[in-house]
Design a protein. Sequence first.
Length: 230
Amino acid sequence: MNKISWIIFFVITIGILILLVVFSGSSKIDVSHVDGNSVQQASDQNGNIADHTSGNIDGKVVLIEYADFQCPGCASIYPVIKSVTDKYSKQMLFIFRNYPLTELHPNAKAASGSAEAAGLQGKYWEMHDKIYGTQSDWSTLSITDRSKFFENLAKGAGVDVTKFNSDLLLPSINAKISFDSALGNKAGVNETPTFFLNGKKLEPSAFGTEAKLIETINAELVKAGIALPE
């Protein structure tokens, strides 16, 4: 390669790198102004998909989970979270946010997308539960096989499969997942599951068992002057 060719190559390479930096920067979501401890309403940033919540929307005690659907730890704690949030549905609010660790779990983001697509038909929690309940069946599947598996789960959840498959391609789905993850990054999340109770990050010892999680929540309810469930 002569001198002129090297110069051309160098200029093209630098140009490509600049474009990559520009596009990379433009894809980042700025959540510096967002209060991650409050319920997120639908907005352009999250693809017009609001937080997925259960329980008392006006509750003074709020439990937020950042989780990865393919994470074994998240699947193991799922029955505990469901049991406790059902029991405390009148006393507190529960928020679930996506935090797929894609480098460790290649099917995690697809699982999040499937839950979000089902959510567009009002079936988010049904799909959420089915995905966690079958984690061992889909976690190692290929792209083609996992797509069919999630489609069957969606059908079982009462979702219109044709619309479901179409919605999976919507940019809003990816925007919602990215927004959740950005909120997690801002809060210092670096593993899953990670929980925040009224803005305070919980240590694993505070939620490792149902009894410990109930003890932790009860303490917060008492602090807020809220009667415990019978």
